[in-house]
Design a protein around this ligand. Sequence first.
Ligand SMILES: O=P(O)(O)OC[C@@H](O)[C@@H](O)c1c[nH]c2ccccc12
Length: 268
Amino acid sequence: MNRIDAAFARLQAEGRTALIPFITVGDPDIDTSVDIIRKLAEAGADMIELGVPYSDPLADGPVIQRASERALVHRITILDCMQVAEDARKAGADLPFILFTYYNPVLQLGLESFFSLIANKGISGLIIPDLPIEEDEEVRGLAEAANIHLIPLVAPTSHDRVVRIAAKARGFVYCVSSLGVTGVRSDFHAGIDEFLRSVRDAANVPIAVGFGISSREQVERMAKQADGVIVGSAIVRRIEESLPLLNDPATKEEGLNRIRDYVATLKV
Ligand SMILES: O=P(O)(O)OC[C@@H](O)[C@@H](O)c1c[nH]c2ccccc12
């Protein structure tokens, strides 16, 4: 069984909601990413989105754009992200990992090379936000052969595409809560409740909501209609705010614990 499926089955039995943090790998550096993942696991994360930094993150707001820039200073590659996942698991963060990458880095490697690189490395899921369902046939086949769930995104503007996207979904359906780019928000798309109901009706796998979530109240609200929540920018912003602590060995643990303590408030 894929570890994402096992995690959702456990959470459903416990009546709990999956907490799925996103971080940019290599922000501020590879070793600290491993430490942060360990702290996210301590905070109660159920699976983690490992973002491959990219030079042109068109769907990202300023917080994640800056994180990508910081990580790209170290020229982080997909191979580095595999190493981070392996090191984090060895360090005790034994969670399902979802690799998050834009399509271009995958194309630059070539699909066969990309999947040979990530297969059997503890990656359970894959999100490629700019790969539309109309073009994902080959990627889907290679992912399934590697027992890696290709997790699709649906947005409030997906309308009649929701049924087609949800029907092919593996792992979970990623429901984007708002239009526009990633980033903390105080409110979500006006029709979000109806949108989530339409995805729930069309999906045979769990559904998770992302974009803009930063508070326990928002998580509790989304937990009423979804099986999981994804939180990225709010966590990445705390990493950014903690950089002075993280970059000094004398205060690194304090910086890591600040991130852990914030994320722990989001576990419901
Ligand atoms: O950052 P937010 O608003 O919490 O949203 C999650 C998001 O960071 C993560 O899932 C993600 C990072 N980059 C993306 C690009 C497209 C879709 C999703 C993403």
